[in-house]
Design a protein around this ligand. Structure first.
Ligand code: ATP
Ligand code: MG
Length: 452
């Protein structure tokens, strides 16, 4: 008898029915079942089946399919431009490269496939005919908000240490309590993470940091976080001895993460923005702590962290920019805004304003409402500057290098300086961004140079 109905996309239901009609068993499985039971829209629907990859190819011969990982039993079926991963029920062998199982063995019973999965809440399968297949009491754990390994936690974390990060990630995203046995095993087996491919860790770390409950997890597991990012270790419990700071560097950083928008570059930047503080700490005669030059030191240390995590270039550059400039003064006056736009560009400047807000609120000594009002003011000034189509980059300037060469300047660094000088004058309002005026200014400069 069917025990429960789940709302899944029609295309996923069709793929499952087509497999069943061909004589196989098939289910939606993993994250989509968990999310649907929580009433959340599934991000993507993974399907598992008793059909082997060759058999699947026959069933879906009329569909657009991508042979994603035939060796591991996975075929991607496209429906309305959405990919559905369909995977043969399997058992995993050992993970000696810490990345993929060495071997997989295809099996015919969905329960065996569920047993290889990491957590009980991720080990449920469902189809419209049979309803929920829940061999490990995932539904109960889900209702109680508990994250628990399938099987013996120490064994499961030893097989694949990434599961330690996945435990923290699921707890950070959904607010699950990690079951005590799973928790203890995760702490004990965490050093295995050092052997896991950085690319896999990065994905889980990003999801963890962007989770609604990220702060709770960072506070509960500094030892695991500092294993991955040892540069953070001196921050934990580091007393700032500064009247503007209520919290130690670690707690401040955690609060900064919590107060930043949930994007990977912003949350990672908040986690790392003050890692240079312990290295730059000084105490003045009044006994007050200072951290002169810490943004630069933080950026140096953050660079090593980004490299270790193998971030893509765009994320890496954004994180480093935000860390390097997190303390920079931002002012709403038009001139200051144009200069900031010139230095960082629009997207990075928006992020810097978010960094400013999160950092200030996380000091514990500023009034959050005032901080938000000030940052809203900065955003308004930014929008106004953009709406006025003001010039803040060389690309927008009404003259270019060719124009100056025609006036007799030689190509080279001096020409670049002249262009930048014109841009500064335009941003300051000393010159209009008009060709004639700018050419006139250059000509005047040239004749003055000839005379002297
Ligand atoms: P999300 O919704 O964030 O994608 P998810 O649960 O779907 O979460 P995925 O990483 O997409 O997570 O993995 C899909 C499923 O595969 C999981 O639900 C789990 O059953 C299984 N799984 C993934 N990674 C592992 C692993 N390292 N060890 C065991 N099972 C895993
Ligand atoms: Mg998924």
């Amino acid at each position: 008898m069917k025990n429960i109905d789940l709302h899944l996309p029609q295309d996923a239901l069709d793929i499952i029915s087509e497999l069943i009609a061909a004589g196989f068993t098939a289910y939606a499985v993993g994250g989509c079942v968990r999310d649907a039971l929580m009433g959340l829209p599934p991000k993507d629907v993974d399907i598992c089946t008793s059909a082997t990859p060759e058999e699947m190819k026959r069933v879906f011969s009329a569909s657009h399919v991508v042979e994603t990982g035939l060796k591991h039993g996975t075929l991607t079926v496209m429906r309305h431009h959405t990919p559905y991963e369909v995977t043969t029920f399997r058992l995993d062998g050992a993970y000696t490269d810490r990345r993929h199982p060495d071997s997989v063995r295809f099996v015919t019973d969905v329960r065996e496939d569920l047993a290889r999965r990491d957590f009980t809440v991720n080990a449920m399968a469902w189809n419209p005919d049979e309803g929920l297949v829940d061999a490990f009491h995932g539904r109960e754990d889900l209702a109680a908000g508990v994250l628990r390994c399938v099987g013996d936690p120490v064994t499961r974390f030893t097989e694949d240490a990434l599961r330690v990060m996945r435990a923290l990630r699921f707890a950070a995203v959904y607010g699950f309590q990690i079951d005590p046995e799973t928790d203890q095993a995760a702490r004990r087996m965490a050093p295995g993470l050092l052997q896991v491919a950085a690319e896999r860790i990065r994905v889980e770390l990003a999801k963890l940091l962007c989770g609604w409950y990220a702060g709770r997890i960072l506070r509960a597991y500094p030892d695991i976080l500092t294993l991955l990012i040892p540069e953070l270790k001196p921050c934990v419990g580091f007393d700032q001895r500064n009247p503007h700071h209520l919290w130690d560097v670690w707690e401040h950083s955690v609060r900064a993460v919590e107060n930043a928008p949930a994007t990977e570059p912003l949350r990672l930047a908040m986690l790392l923005h003050d890692i240079g503080k312990p290295d730059t700490f000084t105490v003045d005669e009044q006994g007050v702590g200072h951290f002169y030059g810490h943004p630069k030191r933080s950026a140096e240390l953050a660079e090593a962290v980004c490299d270790r995590l193998k971030l893509d270039t765009a994320t890496r550059e954004r994180v480093l920019l935000l860390v390097r400039h997190h303390d920079e003064a931002l002012r709403p006056e038009r001139r200051a805004m144009l200069r900031a736009l010139n230095r960082h560009g629009e997207a990075a400047l928006r992020d810097l304003i978010a960094v400013r807000q999160a950092d200030a609120i996380a000091t514990g000594t500023a009034d959050p409402a005032e901080v938000r009002a000030a940052c809203d003011g900065l955003l308004r000034a930014l929008d106004e500057a953009l709406a006025s189509e003001a010039c803040f980059s060389l690309r927008q300037l009404a003259v270019n290098g060719q124009d100056l060469i025609r006036l007799g300047l030689k190509p080279g660094p001096a020409l670049g300086e002249t262009l930048n000088g014109l841009l500064q004058a335009v941003m300051d309002g000393a010159l209009p961004n008009e060709r004639e005026a700018l050419v006139g200014a250059v000509k005047a400069q040239l004749s003055q140079a000839q005379r002297s």
